[in-house]
Design a protein around this ligand. Structure first.
Ligand SMILES: [Zn+2]
Length: 493
């Protein structure tokens, strides 16, 4: 397609989207009205009803829809609860076209008016350009923006610039039960001809400036247990003549991180990817309000004073946090007890290229070493009950460049390239299992309040987000023929 006809097509598409704003908002209103809360068992039927609405909407686009049953889950009380199906949708099979697979979820977090909502959480309400309602930004709005972008090509009877696949689930807020297994099963099937995977289930870092997300930190959780005798003791009777488990534990926990936030476990930073000049540059233009972040935390001072240092330490360096001590006396008042067994809990948000088993081993070695120096007769046990891998993508991948161009076209500026300091397993899971390149392409703004009261997406973000997806399809279409020249996604992790 020539440049001028491409830009004419884009203009036509954007006009259509602008002219159909109320329809798109009506679609969102219909979806928000379904209380598809996947957390509370008695609302499971609503999640299942939501899945059929989503399936019907894809079918209306002309997509083939396969609602894959995932069986049931067993609750703690023994009750079996049906899992909502995962929708695998497919639209277009032109071998000349690239295939993008969109992942989204249509279940939501719990919400009740009395939690402090200004409006009914399940009635989409527009106030000052913001569309309030549970799921508006997480994740019903972005899913519909994508569907409506595809629908626009259909409505205008335009050729599909790419082939589309959809993975829509209804258990994201409850741990995506069964999804990983389905991805494994469909790796050679549904995913075999997918070129790219797009996830739009996050937010920009700023209220105004668009962003693309290319990394998330992992999380390795540790328990360190110190056990003395088999019963708690009285400090009047035994204080001063025994090695106290809690004293040992505090010494162990104190050895983990110094007052500057530096982790003191020998060799822990060895594998951390080296910061390149190119990567450092990405941080300069990022729109980020340190004061606001500081105020949100309620603390007086952060460990770092510049935007770059703060973001680097949130996103691409590991951190260690101490969470608690099980078995220690924590009630108000005084109890002169010497606890017999205490368990310290801490976690390391690890980053590329830290290997989980290596991190585990270093933590064990370090704690055993510190403990040995105390000559304590108590028993030490270190375990890592939970370990989630970090994820990082290559921002120079054509996929990211295409998204960047689409953003520039619609918003008139380049996106921030950002990471997330938390652990969001979904991108990593898709990338590891399917071996496809993954992008996190948010359209919601930093203040959308996902999971909290008064969740919203602005009309602007919802409608411009629809346009940016449509523009992205056209950018992806331009990549035809170059898709296999790029690097393997597994190499930079
Ligand atoms: Zn979400």
């Amino acid at each position: 397609m020539s440049l001028s006809s491409l830009s004419a097509l884009r203009t036509e598409i954007f006009h259509y989207i602008d002219a159909h704003q109320s329809d798109f908002i009506e679609n969102l209103k219909e979806w928000v009205a379904v209380e598809s809360d996947s957390v509370q068992p008695d609302l499971r039927k609503e999640v299942i009803r939501m899945m059929s609405l989503a399936a019907a909407r894809l079918a209306a686009l002309g997509a083939t829809v396969n609602s894959v049953s995932l069986g049931s889950q067993q609750l703690l009380n023994g009750q079996h609860l049906p899992l909502p199906p995962v929708i695998l949708g497919e639209l277009g099979k032109d071998p000349q076209n690239l295939t993008i697979c969109f992942y989204g979820h249509v279940d939501v977090q719990p919400a009740k008016k009395e939690d402090g909502w200004k409006t009914d959480p399940f009635t989409l309400t527009e106030i000052n350009g913001n569309l309030y309602g549970r799921g508006a930004t997480d994740n019903k709005g972005p899913v519909l923006a994508w569907i409506n972008a595809v629908g626009t090509f259909r409505a205008l009877k335009r050729a599909m610039p790419v082939n589309f696949k959809f993975v829509i689930e209804g258990m994201e807020e409850a741990g995506s039960l069964g999804l990983e297994k389905l991805l494994e099963e469909e790796k050679q099937g549904f995913f075999s001809d997918v070129d790219y995977i797009v996830i739009s289930d996050n937010l920009w870092l700023s209220k105004k400036k668009p962003a693309l997300i290319y990394g998330t930190r992992g999380n390795a959780c540790f328990c360190v247990e110190v056990e003395g005798g088999d019963k708690d003791l009285h400090s009047g009777t035994f204080g001063g003549i025994i090695h106290e488990p809690l004293t040992d534990l505090i010494a162990l926990l104190d050895s983990l991180v110094d007052p500057t936030g530096h982790i003191q476990i020998p060799g822990i930073y060895d594998a951390v990817a080296v910061l390149t000049d190119e990567e450092k540059k990405l941080y300069e233009s990022i729109e980020y309000d340190i004061e606001e972040h500081k105020n949100n935390s309620g603390v007086k001072k952060l460990l770092y004073s510049t935007k770059e240092e703060i973001l680097l330490h949130l996103w691409r360096y590991p951190s260690l946090s101490i969470h608690g001590i099980e078995g220690a006396f924590h009630e108000p008042g005084i109890k002169t007890v010497i606890p017999a067994k205490v368990i310290g809990k801490f976690s390391i948000r690890q980053v590329p290229n830290m290997d989980l088993s290596d991190v585990h081993q270093r933590v064990v070695d370090h704690l055993e070493n510190v403990f040995a120096k105390r000559n304590s007769p108590n028993k030490l046990k270190v375990s890592m009950p939970l370990g989630a891998q970090p994820w990082v993508a290559d921002v120079n991948d054509p996929l990211y460049k295409a998204a960047k161009r689409a953003i520039k076209t619609v918003f008139g500026e380049d996106p921030d390239f950002i990471r997330d300091g938390s652990t969001i397993p979904i991108a990593r899971i898709f990338q590891t299992i399917t071996q496809k390149r993954v992008i996190m392409f948010p359209i919601g703004a930093a203040d959308d309040g996902e999971h909290s009261q008064n969740e919203k997406i602005s009309r602007f973000n919802y409608i411009e987000g629809t346009k940016v997806f449509a523009a992205f399809f056209l950018e992806i279409a331009k990549l035809r023929g170059q898709s296999h020249e790029t690097s393997n996604p597994g190499t930079n992790n």
